[in-house]
Write a protein that binds this ligand. Structure first.
Ligand SMILES: Cc1cc2nc3c(=O)[nH]c(=O)nc-3n(C[C@H](O)[C@H](O)[C@H](O)COP(=O)(O)OP(=O)(O)OC[C@H]3O[C@@H](n4cnc5c(N)ncnc54)[C@H](O)[C@@H]3O)c2cc1C
Ligand code: SF4
Length: 510
């Protein structure tokens, strides 16, 4: 029997529901667990705080409207810097499909070297090794239609960056993306109007619904309900979105609870429910993959927005903790973020068609922490490790030199207040002296705040996603990732969620 997606506005009285498995959060992790368990014949309810938008509805929004309606906290969340750290803007989705709906479609398996760290240094079992997880990766990549971006779909900006890399003895490689029929419009972060991006709302959730799952949008969960140490359900509110006003009470009784509210919110729900604190690790060790964009102006017109959003990458600098990936943002957003004011700003915005962009991110050591604040959103702090901080000037210089090698006239470094520099200007700049609070930095990957561990003393969930010290309570999202990955995380998160779902399918209720 087929399930359905319910909007909050459909309900006229408080909801009291029951099911086999309740999943909190419908993003990359939650959608996978819900689908795998629904396909296994279990009655699944998914509760999502954000609204439900069809691809056509999301794709029709202007970027600024998408930011207000779909991006959490209207993209205003900051990880407050501690010590020598740049402030970091952290973004996530708040919608059916979660942050998966906002990705550039980049798909990486977790590198083998990272799986090896999990086994050798973190003592996690073989089941979390790269070989053992191949079946999980295969299942995810098939469900999301992961394919290679052809060289012909590269934007001119990415192609020029590739030329610069070749001239400096390096290479870029074709990206794998979860797309089918991509038209190269470059607005993936603000919803794909062509349903070409196979985010979980287009790939997993329809299969879950077909298998009987019920998805409740506009449903905010505050806490988990317990009978002793056994999770027996959740409670919260039906919201009146987009105002997010609490409208009706919501309670779901379940034989199993899966928390998949993402790296920022899963630790918050656990903390509000009074679990996970005993380990001393809840909300700690958050990694962010701090990211930086490099913009370059060429004489020739580039039309950087034409082409697949993130068509190529390079891991040539992974020894320096750096991964480089193609990038662009819609021209309206780009124009608004051009440096300078008044006449200078207008002049630069006019040059938009001549601008190319590429992104770089750090394989960070962590140092992030989630704190409960006075409102609904957490407070984030982040102390950047010394070696990560030292890698920032290296990253900026390498990226700018690459664009200059490809013939760029000037580069816009991600440094607040710095005018664009030409190749000679770059040589004269001592990037090691740039103050942290001048550096523009962003993150789309809050991970590890309920980390998976081999023992209850060293993390929040066990190697199968179960919260240590509880029964029938699981976490299956980016928060359980044991270490920084150094690559975009959606496939890794979804493979781990598959591993957790398959484990739940096999495990008897206790
Ligand atoms: C702009 C952007 C671009 C990205 N691009 C890429 C990319 O190209 N490739 C890649 O690999 N990764 C990318 N990512 C990262 C990737 O999308 C995330 O790592 C991944 O989706 C995280 O999965 P998750 O399940 O942990 O959380 P999410 O997908 O964020 O899902 C969590 C869901 O839980 C809901 N929720 C939270 N709290 C509650 C509550 N209390 N009650 C009910 N629901 C709740 C949220 O609203 C959200 O929908 C990108 C992220 C962003 C923001
Ligand atoms: S670039 Fe492709 S995946 Fe992205 S929005 Fe356009 S059609 Fe969709």
């Amino acid at each position: 029997m087929s399930g359905a997606i319910h909007k909050g506005s459909e309900h006229t009285r408080d909801l009291d529901l029951s099911c086999d498995v309740v999943v909190v959060g419908s993003g990359a992790g939650g959608a996978v667990v819900a689908t795998e368990l629904a396909l296994a014949g279990q009655h699944v309810i998914v509760l999502e705080e954000g609204p439900h938008l069809t691809a056509a509805e999301h794709g029709a929004l202007r970027a600024s409207e998408s930011v207000r309606h779909v991006w959490r906290d209207a993209a205003m969340t900051i990880a407050w810097p501690l010590g020598d750290t740049p402030p970091i803007n952290v973004t996530a989705g708040r919608v059916v499909g979660g942050s998966s709906t906002m990705t550039g479609g980049v798909c990486f398996r977790v590198p083998e070297r990272v799986h090896d760290v999990w086994l050798r240094e973190r003592g996690l079992p073989e089941a979390l090794g790269r070989k053992a997880m191949d079946a999980c990766y295969d299942a995810v990549e098939k469900a999301m239609h992961v394919e290679e971006v052809p060289v012909s779909a590269r934007s001119r900006g990415a192609a020029l960056f590739g030329e610069g890399m070749a001239r400096t003895g390096h290479a870029i490689h074709p990206m794998l993306r979860n797309t089918d029929g991509c038209k190269g419009e470059g607005r993936c972060n603000f919803g794909c109007p062509h349903t070409a991006k196979k985010s979980v709302d287009q790939s997993y959730l329809p299969r879950a619904v077909e298998a009987g799952a019920e998805i409740y949008a506009d449903s905010l969960i505050e806490r988990i309900l317990f009978d002793g140490d056994r999770a027996v359900g959740v409670e919260g509110w039906v919201l009146d979105n987009p105002r997010a006003k609490q409208r009706l009470r919501l309670r779901v009784r379940a034989r199993r609870v899966v928390l998949a509210a993402g790296g920022m919110h899963s630790p918050m729900v656990l903390a509000r429910s009074g679990v996970g604190k005993a380990s001393g690790h809840l909300g700690k060790h958050m990694t962010l993959h701090p990211g930086f964009r490099m913009i370059a102006r060429f004489d020739e017109p580039i039309f950087g927005w034409k082409g697949a959003l993130q068509p190529a990458f390079s891991d040539d600098f992974h020894a320096d903790r750096i991964t480089l990936t193609g990038l662009f943002i819609p021209h309206g957003v780009m124009a608004a973020t051009m440096p300078g004011a008044g006449k200078h700003h207008v002049e630069r915005a006019r040059n938009l068609r001549h601008l190319a962009m590429f992104g770089g991110m750090l394989h960070d050591e962590g140092g992030g922490r989630i704190w409960r604040g006075p409102g609904r959103e957490p407070i984030l702090t982040y102390r950047m490790a010394r070696e990560d901080r030292a890698a920032i000037p290296v990253l900026m210089r390498k990226m700018a030199e690459t664009f200059f090698a490809a013939g760029a006239r000037e580069c816009y470094l991600p440094i607040l207040g710095l005018e664009p520099v030409d190749a000679d200007g770059l040589k004269k700049l001592d990037l090691t002296r740039v103050k942290s609070n001048q550096i523009e930095c962003s993150s789309q990957h809050p991970l590890g705040s309920c980390r998976m561990s081999a023992t209850k003393e060293t993390g929040v969930v066990d190697p199968y996603g179960k919260v240590w010290g509880t029964r029938e309570l699981y976490v299956a999202d980016g928060s359980v990732v044991p270490t920084s990955l150094g690559v975009n995380p959606q496939v890794g998160i979804m493979a781990m969620a598959t591993h957790i779902a398959w484990g739940m399918r096999e495990a008897a209720l206790v």
